[in-house]
Design a protein around this ligand. Structure first.
Ligand code: ADP
Ligand code: MG
Length: 251
């Protein structure tokens, strides 16, 4: 669904980020509508990961602000209270899963619930079990990451992020580390999630997924968001030459 008519859950205003004298992006503005999926695409090195990391403050932006569910997080200031609401509001799924290798699937999900949500051991385990069932892994709760396929590991990471009930879920190339035959199971989970009304911002090279699931697609290149449109328009009639070049390579 095109998100244009929906109120934004996340607003990015005038956001800039450099590493030393390398400008990654400058003065970026966009909105992520509540309850829809926004896909970020663009060439390698265009700042897609840095953008997500600036949204959850794994990186500190240089200028601008991020507004999440009405709370303003300005660049360059990290009040402790704000950091806490940000942590609770924004979930993250990484390309490389980032599970604790010495913990079981259940323990990986439960640990987040105990640490962030302060749940008791029993309550955390119960919710973790339910979360694993939702991603089709009820029977893998006792397995360690090394005993799971990449697709299963990523589904555990998704369950872990969702268990914290974030307002917005950020996903950074969630299927890029997976063999093609394992991508489908993760994309299927994401498709189902998208239909559930959660707000997602996903960096992806899966153009078909973006086309079918995203309400809006952002193209990052040349230190900016060069294009922002519903997929039907973006893929059929890209406005920017750089977008056309990129789509020719990835599709
Ligand atoms: P993308 O995810 O689109 O491939 P990234 O956000 O990872 O791009 O990187 C954007 C640019 O910023 C790249 O040139 C990358 O080398 C640089 N970069 C990313 N993280 C750092 C960092 N921590 N320190 C220095 N440069 C970085
Ligand atoms: Mg990246």
């Amino acid at each position: 669904m095109n998100g244009a008519a929906r109120p934004p859950l996340v607003s990015v205003r005038g956001l800039s980020k450099s590493f030393g004298d390398h400008l990654v992006f400058s003065d970026v503005d966009f909105d992520v509508p509540a309850g829809s999926v926004t896909a970020i695409i663009g060439p390698s090195g265009s700042g897609k990961s840095t953008m997500l990391r600036c949204l959850n403050r794994l990186e500190e932006p240089d200028t601008g602000e991020v507004v999440i569910a009405g709370t303003v997080y300005p660049a360059g200031r990290k009040p402790v209270d704000a950091a806490r609401t940000l942590h609770a509001d924004v979930g993250m799924v990484f390309q490389s899963f980032n599970l604790f290798p010495h913990l079981t699937a259940l323990e990986n999900v439960a640990l987040a619930l105990r640490r962030v949500r302060r749940l008791s051991r029993g309550e955390a385990a119960e919710r973790a079990r339910a979360g694993l069932a939702e991603v089709g892994l009820a029977d893998r709760a006792g397995h360690r990451p090394s005993q799971l396929s990449g697709g299963q590991q990523q589904r555990v990471a998704i369950a872990r992020a969702l268990a914290l009930e974030p307002r917005v879920l950020l996903l950074d190339e969630p299927t890029s580390a997976l063999d093609p035959e394992l991508r489908a199971e993760v994309l299927q989970v994401l498709r189902r999630l998208a239909g559930s009304g959660i707000t997602m911002l996903v960096v992806t090279h899966e153009m078909r997924f973006a086309e079918q699931v995203a309400g809006d697609v952002l193209v990052m290149a040349e230190g900016r968001v060069i294009e922002h449109a519903p997929p039907a328009r973006l893929f059929s009639a890209p406005q920017h030459e750089r977008t056309r070049q990129f789509l020719k390579v990835v599709r």
